[in-house]
Write a protein that binds this ligand. Structure first.
Ligand SMILES: [Zn+2]
Length: 221
């Protein structure tokens, strides 16, 4: 790889990572994971550039961190599979980083299983699930917090304080009409929130997409 090719990879990596960061900040987790995954194609070139010409050693890789942190909260096992393939094909990533990425990937898969477990419990007791069930689904405090916060931001559940305890509530939210936007053509549709959780065919542009939920602070009720 020539210097200018490496430089290009580094620039692409940074650009996509910054898109991923900003999507995450806006609570657009799927978009964040998608941009972070796209940036993964440039990690190898970025590492080579950093090693040869950069001032700082590559210690961690933020885009991988981002995928491993967010994909489990979205039940997005495909993105975790893509990370596994990447780690197998591009050994330089493990070699040139102080992070044990395979261990991080296993941890992310464990969070995804816990998320499925929690979702299952919530569907059985949608109105009010005590939040002390954390212990029974096998997830640590840090990941639990990330999961609940992300789902709250996505409008999938709400936390209700009752006396000394916190309860999680799901169903009414899921059935409430919600507005969401097609990421391909930008058309806005309204339907029960549950409908927007998986990919659908956009009625306007016919693309198979996952609609982006519009958050209340973006101006609607
Ligand atoms: Zn569309």
């Amino acid at each position: 790889m020539t210097k200018s090719e490496m430089e290009l990879h580094q620039a692409e990596y940074r650009q996509l990572l910054s898109q991923a960061r900003s999507a995450r900040k806006q609570g657009m987790y799927r978009e964040a994971v998608a941009s972070a995954l796209l940036s993964c194609a440039h990690i190898d070139g970025m590492i080579q550039f950093q090693r040869k010409y950069g001032q700082a050693e590559v210690t961690t890789i933020e885009s991988l961190d981002l995928v491993l942190a967010l994909a489990p909260l979205l039940f997005d096992f495909q993105s975790l599979d893509k990370v596994e393939v990447l780690l197998k094909e591009q050994r330089r990533i493990e070699r040139n980083s102080s992070v044990d990425w395979n261990a991080s990937l296993s941890a992310a898969r464990a969070v995804l299983i816990a998320a499925c477990h929690l979702w299952d419990l919530l569907s059985k007791q949608p109105d009010s699930l005590p939040d002390d069930i954390r212990g029974t689904i096998g997830i640590d405090r840090k990941h639990w917090k990330a999961l609940i916060e992300a789902w709250e931001t996505m409008g999938l559940l709400s936390q209700v304080t009752q006396g000394d305890s916190v309860r999680l509530s799901l169903a009414t939210e899921m059935n409430r009409p919600t507005r969401a936007k097609c990421p391909s053509c930008g058309t806005v549709a309204k339907a029960a929130k549950a409908k927007f959780l998986e990919d659908v065919v956009c009625p306007r542009c016919n693309a198979r997409v996952v609609f982006v939920l519009l958050l209340p602070e973006h101006g609607y009720n």
